[in-house]
Design a protein around this ligand. Sequence first.
Ligand code: ZN
Length: 242
Amino acid sequence: MRYFIFSDIHGNLEALEAVLAILSREKDCIPVCLGDIVGYGPNPRECIQAIRDRNILSLVGNHDHAAIEEMDISYFNPYAKEAVLWTRSILEDSDVEYLRSLPTIRTLGNMTLVHATPCNPEAWNYLFTLFDAQSNFKCFDTRICFVGHSHQPIIIIQKPGGECWVHPHTAIGIKKDQRLIVNVGSVGQPRDGNPHAAYTIYNEEEGTIEVFRTPYEHRKTQEKMKRHGLPDYLIERLELGR
Ligand code: ZN
């Protein structure tokens, strides 16, 4: 089986469409979305619709939670807060209902799927360091855990003794005794210096995982954000990938 895994769309329809176009050409690939369908971008409703129409298995992210008023946003930075409030103002009841129906964490075959971290997923912690990874390997039983949330692709490996390290590439042939935590990056707001939309393919039979990137019409997204009066900082970061 092959899995097509992506995360953090953030209401960016152009980026999502670019990724879904690639998905439509992939044969026998199960798509999975790790959450944050909305927040920041100008098309939250259309992004929800696109995921729903294709029956894509999805999890909920912190911005999805915030948009349906399931969490306190006082700790959000001012830009994120402004975008969340704007998103709240345009979502319809059916969108809210859909986001509310999404699980926080689930397993699928030998994978754990979660937006933030397998330990305490609703604390919405970030997984940046090897130290963060080490404790998180204790919180799932499957071989691989796929996460999003930081918008930065990374592959972290654990050996049977518990030793962890960061894989120096975003593609890997998995060795028998390894367990992995894989951050699949972001579709709609990459923050690793590469503005292209990210998606990951996990080939279970071959034991390979690779994070891919695709360009999209970010100027179109930026123009829409300007029209809706969304913060300049959020508009500019799309072309920088920061
Ligand atoms: Zn996000």
